[in-house]
Design a protein around this ligand. Sequence first.
Ligand SMILES: Nc1ncnc2c1ncn2[C@@H]1O[C@H](COP(=O)(O)OP(=O)(O)OP(=O)(O)O)[C@@H](O)[C@H]1O
Ligand SMILES: [Mg+2]
Length: 269
Amino acid sequence: MGTVLAVANQKGGVAKTTSVASIGAALAELGQKVLLVDLDPQESLTFSLGIDPEDLELSIHHVLTKGLDAREVILATEDGVDLLPATIELARAEAELLTRTGREHVLKSVLDQLEDDDVHYDWVLLDCPPSLGVLTVAALTAADGVLIPLQCETLSHRGVAQLLDTVHDVRRFTNRGLEVWGVLPTLYDGRSSHARAVLASIPEAFDLEVLSPPIPKTIRFAEAPSKGRSILGTARTTKGAEAYREVARHLVARAAQPEPGKPTKRAGR
Ligand SMILES: Nc1ncnc2c1ncn2[C@@H]1O[C@H](COP(=O)(O)OP(=O)(O)OP(=O)(O)O)[C@@H](O)[C@H]1O
Ligand SMILES: [Mg+2]
């Protein structure tokens, strides 16, 4: 598989789902083959890409808990990305997986199986639920990197520290190669001095890379999901869409860079 990125923050409403949909669409515009994975029983990603979860007979729940082939569930979307959709049933998966041996690896093995079946994606973006439960840990275990959207309205530092603790545990126990790709500032209002102060404080507070540019807060994002497209489709030339395109270009550049001292990315996998 190409690069697998988990978009995670257990704080709700920080634009995880919006970022997955928008970065996914931006990567597709760049000619990349992209799979988005909805790991949230709230099913917002699935809905926002124009699919009504109520119309779905099969979803990621069946893949994670019943061993169904992911190829039978993956859908193409109007945004040019593929989607492994979720329904409310995923809420049960969390409980079902809790008693399973190897539950942390359940998503990793799904992605490995796709690769074995010659289904290749350049990018797989994982939309995590707002919790640090089984599904988020499974996402971090399957991922090469984690991207942390952080709302610039509030100093939500404690939440990020908890997430970083979880990343640390995942590195120790289930995925040594997991790297934090950085914080993505979201819902950014550049006119607010508080927002500017929050943005400026991030590198020092967490010792993490801050991806640029910050994603501006704009009403256009609220409109996009009801149209079943990401903002890149509904408001092509707005600052928000452009910001996500620039972030996507940075991600592509980073994925192309071999890490010093590391084998070339995913070679041999
Ligand atoms: N840049 C933005 N400007 C304005 N509104 C935004 C922006 N990004 C996201 N939103 C809106 O903020 C809300 C929360 O966004 P989103 O659902 O992406 O967050 P989330 O982190 O996935 O939430 P949850 O934790 O519930 O999964 C949505 O209504 C979305 O449309
Ligand atoms: Mg979400």
